[in-house]
Structures are given as structure tokens and as C-alpha cells.
Design a protein around this ligand. Structure first.
Ligand SMILES: Cc1ncc(COP(=O)(O)O)c(C=O)c1O
Length: 387
């Protein structure tokens, strides 16, 4: 007979996915509106969707495809990486799990708080339990470069990998290029990998411009999910250094044992979406500043200093009043009493905070959700969590 004790410790000791918990909270609250999940409200480009509609009867769609991705898609992505990201010495592969390629069980890795919860879980699941979480600058939330320098110098053996999200999830903070370069130099000099997650590369506001760094110690991660409204189609890709011997072959070992290939129809949609290109994406993204302003206003009861981030991505990051120690309790209360759902900062390594997503609702719904949030926060600050 099976028992809990017989389950893999690696999986048991991995955090519970916050989104699973949040989905329960949403189901348990009547008519709640979600400012929780990191999603966008748009669908993929219409022409791209129309094209894939024609494809379901094509035999190749139902077969296995190349592990590294459709050749046409990879070619298009190499062009995109050159033109848009100035990445010239990187190879590309449609990919699922990088941590397995770069880390061994027992390695240590570095992240910065507040961190992206799924990256944290990917490490835990791989047996990387020594996750060093560095502080962010209290004002800007930028990764603390001096802490990183000291940590890479003093930790023995040297951490295997440093990872940042730019612009950030959960904070929406943009890492300016000089800081990204300094982080990259520190990693290169210490002999560790730098993994930069560029999932929100197009989600930049107020004239800020996203940039990538390239080097033989750097891997850049990208996703079709948010930019092209393709969350459910599951296509992402990485740019890895061509010159590192054996890297591509190792990636294929992992890929061949997890998804084998990204769904062929999804890769076709990705290819056709690239035809719509960055202009199409920017057109969708530009209206999000309205949602950001609406949510920002709703957070005002917490005080100006409490709210940070939002220069990019689809998130704002807010500190709860000191008396709110249990942020899980706060998000349950906001859901059941006020009908609005957000993410507790604890899931990102920062108890006493909230992550608020402004990407998933059309403006009118966003206004309704924000009004609920404002009312809830006013009450929280004034009276505490009265049921
Ligand atoms: C920073 C970051 N990286 C990666 C992902 C994963 O996106 P996907 O698996 O849909 O490509 C997300 C999604 O929320 C994200 O926020």
C-alpha cells in the first residue's frame, strides 16, 4: 500500500503552487474579480488564429516534431533575437525546463526578493534546496548588486546560477541596463550562470526600453504567453550561448524527456503571430497604462511609500500595514468580503505584501475590481479585517 512517506521528498518539499491556492480562493468567493493571475486580456492576432484553424487536418500537426522546435519558427526567432534583442551569438530552442540543464541537486543558486514563485519551485524540484535570496533596494526594488558581489565571493562552492526577471514578476520593476551589465560581470567573474527571464520584454511603460545582455555565461528566456495572448498554447524559447560546447545537446536530452516538442499547432500559431510582430504587441500593451493608473489609485489607502514597481510587466507591488502580518489571511478576506483577488507577497518570499496584476481585465472590469480593492484596503487600514 502506498503512503505519503513513499512520495518523492523533492516534490513534497517543493512549495504548493500559489496559483492552485488562488484558484481555490476564487472558486470559494462569490463573483470575485481577479487581479491575481499574471495574464493578459487579449487573444492572439486574429490572422494567426485564422491560419491555424485551417491546420487541424494536416497530418504533421498530429505527429511529433523536432525537439528543438519547428525549423521555420527557430529561423524566425533567430531573426527576432538579432533585430529586436541584439543577441547575435545565441542559439534558440523552444524549451521547457532550463534548471535541469544548468543545476545539479545540492547546488546553490541566487534569486532576489521578491522572487518569481515558479522559478523558486523549479529549483526546489530539481533538488536545489540551497536558494540564496538576495535583497532588493528598499526604494527601487532593484537587485542589490553589492550583496551579490559579496555573496558570490564568499559562498563556497560558488553558486551555480543567478537569476533575475526583467521587467520583474512580481514587482514590475525594470532593471536598468548598467545594473544588468554589472550583475552579468559579477556572474562572469565568479564563474556562474546568469539566467535572465525576459517574459515581459514588450511590457515597458513611460518611454523605458528593454535590453538584453549576451555572453557565454548568459541564458535569456522568452515566452509567447503574455505578448501574444498565448498563455494556453504553451510556447516559450531560450537563447543560449552558441559557443558553449555541448549546451544544445544537453538541452535536447531534457526536452526529449519532458515535452518532446512543444505542440506543433502551438508552434505554428507562434510563427504566424511573429508575422504580426512587435508592433502588434506594442499596440495591445500601450493601453495597459490605463489599467495601471486605475490600480495605482486603488492602492492609495496604503500610502505612497507602500506602492512600488510597475515600470514594466503587468504588476504593482504593495506593502500592507504593519499590523497585517498574515498576508494569506488578507487575500482571503479581500476575496470573500470584497470580491477581489490578489497574490500574497509570502508566495514571493516577502510576507506582508501584495502583488496586483493589471493585465488580465479589460478597462471596465478593471475599474470594478479596483473599486473593490480600494474599498477593502480603506477598511483594512481603518478597522483591520472585520468580518
Ligand atoms: C517571469 C515569468 N517567467 C515565465 C513565465 C511563464 O510563462 P509561460 O510558461 O506561460 O511561458 C511567467 C508567467 O507568469 C512569468 O511571469
Amino acid at each position: 500500500m502506498g503512503s505519503h512517506g513513499m512520495l518523492a521528498r523533492r516534490a513534497v518539499q517543493t512549495e504548493t503552487p500559489i496559483m492552485v491556492l488562488i484558484q481555490e480562493v476564487i472558486r470559494g468567493a462569490k463573483d470575485a474579480l481577479s487581479l491575481a493571475q499574471g495574464v493578459v486580456y487579449w487573444q492572439p492576432p486574429k490572422r494567426a488564429l485564422d491560419k491555424v484553424k485551417e491546420l487541424v487536418w494536416e497530418p504533421s500537426v498530429s505527429r511529433y516534431g523536432a525537439d528543438e522546435g519547428l525549423p521555420e519558427l527557430r529561423e524566425a526567432l533567430v531573426r527576432k533575437l538579432r533585430q529586436e534583442n541584439s543577441l547575435h551569438k545565441s542559439s534558440v530552442t523552444a524549451f521547457v525546463n532550463l534548471v535541469l540543464t544548468l543545476c545539479d541537486a545540492g547546488d546553490s543558486v541566487v534569486m532576489f526578493a521578491p522572487y518569481y514563485f515558479n522559478a523558486y519551485m523549479s529549483f526546489q524540484m530539481t533538488g536545489v534546496t540551497n536558494i540564496l535570496v538576495g535583497p532588493g533596494n528598499p526604494k527601487t526594488l532593484h537587485p542589490d548588486e553589492d550583496w551579490l558581489e559579496k555573496t558570490l565571493r564568499e559562498t563556497k562552492p560558488t553558486p551555480k546560477l543567478v537569476t533575475v526577471v526583467n521587467p520583474g514578476n512580481p514587482s514590475g520593476t525594470y532593471i536598468p541596463l548598467p545594473l544588468l551589465k554589472r550583475i552579468s560581470d559579477l556572474c562572469r567573474d565568479a564563474g556562474c550562470w546568469l539566467v535572465v527571464d525576459n517574459t515581459y520584454e514588450y511590457f515597458m511603460y513611460d518611454g523605458l526600453k528593454h535590453s538584453c545582455v549576451e555572453g557565454n555565461h548568459i541564458v535569456n528566456i522568452f515566452s509567447f504567453s503574455k505578448a501574444y495572448g498565448m498563455m494556453g498554447w504553451r510556447v516559450g524559447y531560450i537563447a543560449y550561448p552558441t559557443e558553449v560546447e555541448g549546451f544544445g545537446a544537453l538541452l535536447l536530452k531534457i526536452q526529449d524527456n519532458i515535452p518532446i516538442c512543444a505542440a506543433i499547432i502551438s508552434q505554428r500559431l507562434a510563427l504566424y503571430s511573429l508575422e504580426a510582430g512587435p508592433k502588434w504587441v506594442t499596440e495591445q500593451v500601450k493601453d495597459l497604462v490605463k489599467n495601471r493608473a486605475i490600480v495605482l489609485e486603488a492602492l492609495s489607502p496604503l500610502g505612497d511609500d507602500a506602492v512600488k514597481g510597475g515600470e514594466g510587466a503587468i504588476y504593482l507591488w504593495a506593502k500592507l500595514p504593519d499590523k497585517c502580518v498574515d498576508d494569506y489571511e488578507v487575500i482571503r478576506w479581500l476575496a470573500t468580503k470584497h470580491g477581489v483577488v490578489v497574490i500574497p507577497g509570502s508566495a514571493c518570499g516577502c510576507p506582508g505584501h501584495l502583488r496586483i496584476s493589471f493585465g488580465g481585465l479589460l478597462e471596465d472590469d478593471c475599474r470594478v475590481a479596483a473599486a473593490r480593492l480600494r474599498k477593502g484596503l480603506e477598511e483594512l487600514v481603518r478597522d483591520g479585517m472585520v468580518h
